[in-house]
Design a protein around this ligand. Sequence first.
Ligand SMILES: C[S@@+](CC[C@H](N)C(=O)[O-])C[C@H]1O[C@@H](n2cnc3c(N)ncnc32)[C@H](O)[C@@H]1O
Length: 305
Amino acid sequence: MTSVGRDSVERSIKQCYSTWGTSYYADYYGADAPYPPVHLDLVRRLVAERDVKRLLDAGCGPASMLRHFVEPGREVYGFDLTPEMVAEARRVLVAQGVPQDHVWDGSVAVASDFVAPDGKADYDCVLSSGVMPHIPQAIEADVIAGIRAALRPGGHAIVEARNELFSMFTLNRYSHEFFLKQLLPIDALRKHAGDRQEGLSAALAQVEGMFRTDLPPIRQGKADEPGYDEVLSRTHNPLLLQQQFRDGGFENVQLFYYHFHCLPPMVSGHAPQLFREVSLQMEANPQDWRGLFMASAFFVVAQRA
Ligand SMILES: C[S@@+](CC[C@H](N)C(=O)[O-])C[C@H]1O[C@@H](n2cnc3c(N)ncnc32)[C@H](O)[C@@H]1O
């Protein structure tokens, strides 16, 4: 990917997040958030189970996670692409006693941006949550290499992504797109259809009719900035991302699912409280295989070989 291509993706992402610096934490982690921050509880457990004295949050936002990991004997660091996020992260962390140069502007696409201002990387853990969706596929391997290079040998990456296979459960526009782009061999079908084109078109139309392709609604920006669905916000197949970490020099690569949906979201409105209660119960086992389809997000946890 050219640096011009990356610049234009990063410009729209910065714009998208520019109005979120001060409200993001309340929107997703606060008492009035639509769903409790179960991913924070999960990361807390994952970090507590490891010896993490030097922690970097790559794409830290307003230190939404990082503020929960400040404790005696641990150095925390964070960087982010969006200046408004960096400013808020610095404000929050400095108030907790973290030196202000532990937060800086940077992109996960640039390996040297993982290095702290003291010139050191060598982190015990690199956390990155909510960032992979915004990384173009062409530079994904470089980002994984950057994370690996920033870790000490034996250190852990905890990297979050949106689950592409959740589309097999939602029965909506995403499911239809997944069928068309990833499952059905459309080119081969068209090439071999010959005089059966009409039958093929009827079959594809019937497949489309099986999904609610008008759902979900597109999320737009709050003002003039592009909304989350209007900038690059990819999903990942957990099994393929797991393999990419293995190929990128990581071992013990595990998947942890979260944001379980005990019913397809489009029908949850019939019994919203029940949906919420049972979905929350399912979060108790982030390694439940059903997460592959029923959870909308996941973490890859991987150890630098
Ligand atoms: C969904 S928010 C997540 C914030 C925080 N990590 C959390 O989990 O609460 C995504 C963040 O990633 C940042 N981001 C997107 N692309 C990035 C990149 N290439 N390098 C660094 N940060 C990036 C955005 O600026 C935004 O603050």
